[in-house]
Design a protein around this ligand. Sequence first.
Ligand code: ADP
Ligand code: CA
Length: 496
Amino acid sequence: MSAQREMKEKNPWHTPVTIITVIGVIAIVALVTVAVLQNRPVLQKYKYGIVLDAGSSHTALYIYEWPAEKDNNTGRAEQKYVCKVKGKGISSYANTPVKAGESLNECMQEAKMQVPTKRHHETPLYLGATAGMRLLNMENSSASDKVFQAVEKALQRFPFSYQGARILSGQEEGAFGWVTVNYLDDRLKQGLETTGALDLGGASTQISFVSKNYDISESPSNSVTFRLYGNDYNLYTHSFLCYGKDQVLRMALAHQTKSGPGTILDPCFHPGYLELKDYSLLYDSPCVSDRKPQNATGTFNHSGAGNFKQCQEVVKKVFNFTSCKYSRCSFNGVFQPPLQGPFGAFSAYYYVMDFLKLTDATMPLKDVKEKLANYCATPWNEIVKQHPEVPIKYLAEYCFSGTYIITLLTDGYNFTSESYSNINFIKKIKNSDAGWTLGYMLNLTNMIPAEAPDSPPLPHAGYVTIITISALILFVLFILSLRFICPSFQKTPHIV
Ligand SMILES: Nc1ncnc2c1ncn2[C@@H]1O[C@H](COP(=O)(O)OP(=O)(O)O)[C@@H](O)[C@H]1O
Ligand SMILES: [Ca+2]
């Protein structure tokens, strides 16, 4: 036997079986790698959408992103970035509209940096205004038009695809908040029981939920129907204009100051709190302007008494429970079907209850009230000392706002001690803020299809598994057939 032959036989790498095995293994690895990678792009690419939420108290800019490669934009959209516009809401610029436009520039510049340049021109940009502009439009429609013109001019200077600025109806605000919450929770795609949405702003508040077996025809103006991912939803929604927490505070103060100038001892403010306030500022809103007393010209002393129970009595006076022409009502003669399912309460519901440390869903309603009563009774100077980081305007109002929230939920919407535990106070769901903006964009970009998308015949993992098993079977069959056809394969090589 030649030395070469001897070497070949000593080196197992040179046997035909080993060579075939190695080639086979490489082929299998290659096949499985292709199967794993075949529907994964090398670099994840995104599309973007921008929504400006022009609220009564301030404006916020949201950027959403979603995978670009999915058909018809059906990939999951989520919040990428939020920018809080400095200063007050756009409705506060009624006398200086150009400044309303200018106020948006800083956040818009930021948006330019956040969205990749090559996507700018295809990125839709929307501005939706809520109750602050609804009130301004009622009070002075030419001032509200001027604010919109200025805002439009400012937004059109940026390289995005500007889609318009408008006032949302209360129904839209409520319904899109509900869409956002349920989209982010993946409830719509999976056809699960939905979560109701409670949104509290400064100038209006919304309640939206699906109540099974309720007759929409009882109050058609409160119903919105959707077909989403192949499921039909009959949504009940109502927006109470003037029932945001800032306007309710005006109403409560108007009620307490109706006997004219002087000092009021307000149970909704802490003992020791004292501020000189202007009547003209208090009544500068359509929510209270008709209540302005004749002799209300100058200022009044706003002092605190810090009594939760009495504060609840004051707050209750802003609701009208007497007339209801439907089978059931919440307040002010507004139809409301029976409450059903879990609820997510966001925006000012969350800010207030989070500050008061009352967001724990397991805390019974009676404990919430007790804690709130203790908080309201705490002297103002102690509160200021305990929270040096919180702006005084917010700090002064948490007792009032907490009391309003509890009164609105229980006396207003009829949550009971039991059903109160169905309310979750939330800020974000999976990194995206709860609010109407995402739902608004999803609707306008047709990102939620009416029908369920055709799912692929096999999920990706199943596809990879089948490829791997088939490759292994083929390989084993191949080896077996070689042994069968070619007898030399039947003997294991041996060294002579
Ligand atoms: N950190 C905070 N603490 C308390 N309240 C807050 C905080 N941040 C925002 N708010 C309040 O949340 C409300 C937001 O309302 P907004 O969206 O501007 O009005 P609307 O939705 O009625 O147009 C305002 O009353 C604002 O003062
Ligand atoms: Ca709002």
